[in-house]
Design a binder for this molecule. Sequence first.
Ligand SMILES: NC(=O)C1=CN([C@@H]2O[C@H](COP(=O)(O)OP(=O)(O)OC[C@H]3O[C@@H](n4cnc5c(N)ncnc54)[C@H](O)[C@@H]3O)[C@@H](O)[C@H]2O)C=CC1
Ligand SMILES: CC(C)CCC[C@@H](C)[C@H]1CC[C@H]2[C@@H]3[C@H](O)CC4=CC(=O)CC[C@]4(C)[C@H]3CC[C@]12C
Length: 369
Amino acid sequence: MADYAQVPTLVYLVTGGCGFLGEHIVRMLLEQEPRLRELRVFDLHLSSWLEELKAGPVQVTAIQGDVTQAHEVAAAMSGSHVVIHTAGLVDVFGKASPKTIHKVNVQGTQNVIDACVQTGTQYLVYTSSMEVVGPNIKGHPFYRGNEDTPYEAVHSHPYPCSKALAEKLVLEANGRKVNGGLPLVTCALRPTGIYGEGHQVIRDMYYQGLRFGGRLFRAIPASVEHGRVYVGNVAWMHILVARELEQRAALMGGQVYFCYDKSPYKSYEDFNMEFLSPCGLRLIGAHPLLPYWLLMLLAALNALLQWLLRPLVLYTPLLNPYTLAMANTTFTVSTNKAQRHFGYKPLFSWEESRTRTIHWVQTMEGSAW
Ligand SMILES: NC(=O)C1=CN([C@@H]2O[C@H](COP(=O)(O)OP(=O)(O)OC[C@H]3O[C@@H](n4cnc5c(N)ncnc54)[C@H](O)[C@@H]3O)[C@@H](O)[C@H]2O)C=CC1
Ligand SMILES: CC(C)CCC[C@@H](C)[C@H]1CC[C@H]2[C@@H]3[C@H](O)CC4=CC(=O)CC[C@]4(C)[C@H]3CC[C@]12C
């Protein structure tokens, strides 16, 4: 393993560095990567918190840019050693068109790969998703699976389709010669459902609960398990992979790793209640209050309304046929591949991840705490 106690020399680029996961990666890199000389944060929308990071010892360079614009990506990447490509359009609610999702997630990733080749950037860490595997459109359960578990990965929705295509591009690019003649080393990380400070669905559910007098109504059977992983641990995995890719290129290059930690296996709603209960919300019903067929009908109605209203207004409710299918299909991961390949251990215990997330909910605007 390399000696990390040396003069800072490395330049990292994080695409999507102002997003939910990206912010955690950026902040953690500054805390945990002693070899960092410059950190470039590339995003379509730059956040104001970046300013406070500029006072530290590492040079933080904010770059407003679009991954769909090849020249912007190449210009930002010139002279960097490692790129963590986490920018993406995360949309399963119908906010963006399938074409836009494809352009950002697939063409954007191709642009990042091309820019690596063009500028001689040798290490690429890509944030993929569990959705590359499943749940599939047939609703087959994936129970405590690992990276080698056989599963029929069939997608219809634009988001998982785009993530699967982009991941393939990244893995196929491993070994390609970059400018200067050295081989590109790539790796893809597949988080399950990420949670933690800044998570939009938890925020939405919290405010929805407040509107309903502190109550949420169960829609998913408690027996359906949904894999979740704390954002701090996902960020930590990215940092470790970026650090170890150089030394372990032969082992890690072209590999995929699920992101995992010690978060318990629960249904999507029961898991969110781990944070929302201590903030005063209750989940009503031991079983779903509405039968599945009625939920399906409501989800289909929402999809129809979305289509009808599109010329007038963007109607994007949480419940649609896809999110209902996702939430109703067991998908859990049990693996130690990341530990075996690059010594990953979660940085945050479940208790700490839970406490941090609860604290974040409690300090949200409008919170009763
Ligand atoms: N949130 C989750 O549960 C999971 C997310 N992921 C993946 O993790 C990555 C990050 O997701 P989140 O942080 O949740 O999403 P996010 O929406 O909070 O962050 C994405 C960031 O990418 C930026 N971005 C979007 N389009 C861009 C473009 N054309 N050019 C430059 N920047 C652009 C956005 O401005 C945003 O800051 C994505 O690639 C997503 O597919 C994977 C598994 C689970
Ligand atoms: C009211 C409904 C019945 C409950 C809705 C819950 C859904 C909004 C969420 C259930 C599963 C989530 C997805 C899952 O965690 C996997 C994901 C991986 C990603 O790469 C992006 C996010 C997501 C698609 C995530 C989105 C919200 C759910 C569909």
